[in-house]
Design a protein around this ligand. Sequence first.
Ligand code: RB5
Length: 148
Amino acid sequence: MKVAVGSDHAGFHLKNRLRDMLRNEGYDVRDHGATGAESSDYPDFGAKVGHAVANGEAELGVLICGTGAGICISANKIPGIRAVAVSEPVTARLTRTHNDANIICMGERIVGPEVAAEIVRVFLSTPFSGGERHARRIEKISELEHPA
Ligand code: RB5
């Protein structure tokens, strides 16, 4: 599976750790930065990973900032992106099965590295349920991107 990862400076260390873990586990990971811990702007990386997932370059994405919030808000501005900020694995699973979320976001200042690893593993390995009611609701989300 192709996975896009990204972070700002505040998520740099956790992003690198998760990137390396996923590569070791056989995922095809493209790192969209940040490339260092100097100050950077989370919308730049939310947009890069958002575009990579929206255009099909990657199936799913992983984004890290200090809280997980700003980079998630940014990614959700890209049409087709359903990014969700989580701090535990249950929501990571349910947002795949119910919402067909395509990017998971976390905060390096919020989530410990072992919990983050579990969240990413659960997110990437859980399929969308495909249920009719969930598909209908996701279609309604898509319609919000194109107001009449
Ligand atoms: C950077 O200091 C911090 O504001 C950013 O990483 C993120 O937490 C914003 O939502």
